[in-house]
Design a protein around this ligand. Sequence first.
Ligand SMILES: [Zn+2]
Ligand SMILES: [Zn+2]
Length: 249
Amino acid sequence: MRPPTPLLVRWASGLELAGGLILQLAPFLAFASVPVLSLQVPVPGLFLHGGGVLVCGTLAVLLALLKRPWPGAQLVLAATSAGLLYWDVTLVTERTAYTLGRVQLSIMGLNSFLAKVGAEPVDLMPRGVEPADFLGPGIQVGALGIALLGIGALLEVLGYGRAGKRWASVLVACPRCSGCGQRVGFQMAFCPGCGRTQGGGRPCARCGAWTLEGHRFCPACGHGLDGEGRTSCRRGTPQDDPRTQEPDL
Ligand SMILES: [Zn+2]
Ligand SMILES: [Zn+2]
C-alpha cells in the first residue's frame, strides 16, 4: 500500500512545473530593448545568457516530472537562473548605456553635418531615458519563473516534512523518517524503523484504504476511525498495534 501524495506536495509539483516552463519561455522574449535610431530593437535573452536559463528551465521541468522529488536541485536551478538573469540585467543597464554613448560619439561628424543642412540630429540616448528602460519583458517573465520554481521546491520540502520525513533529507532526495531517522522511500506507507505512518494519514483498520487526518470515517467502507492509532512514532509495525486489529469474534 502506498500513501497518497500530500496535497501540499501536489501543489508544489505544479508550481515547479509551471516555473520550469516559464523559465524555458523567458529566453525567447526580449531581455533588452535597445533604441536604434528611433526604433526599439528587442534583443531576446538567447543572445545574452538566456541559453543557461533555458537549460535550467528544461532540467526543472524534467525533475518536476520525475517520480523521485529532488527539491534541493530545483532550488539550485532557481538560484542559477536568478544569477544569470541578474548578470543580464547588469549587462543591459550598464553596457547598453555605455555602448550607445560610444556610438553617439562616433556619429558626432554625421550629426554636425545634419545640423548644417538643417536636419534632425541622430540622438541614440534621448533625454529622460534611464538605463533600466532598456530592460525587456523577458526579465520579468524569467523572475516569475524563478519565484514559482523556488516556492514550489520549498513547499515540496514542507509537504513531505509534514508527512513524517526530515526536511533536510527531503531536500537532498534521500528521505528519512522524522521520528527515528531510518531511510524511507517516498512511496512507503510506514517507516520500517519505527512504524510511523508516512503520508499524513493512516490506513483504515477494516479495509486498508488510506484515510487522511481529520477523517472520522473511512471514505471507502464507512468504518469509524475515532480512537484508532494516531500518526505518532511508535515501536513495532502497525500490525502489532492492537488498536488497528480486527476484534476476534
Ligand atoms: Zn521511523
Ligand atoms: Zn475502510
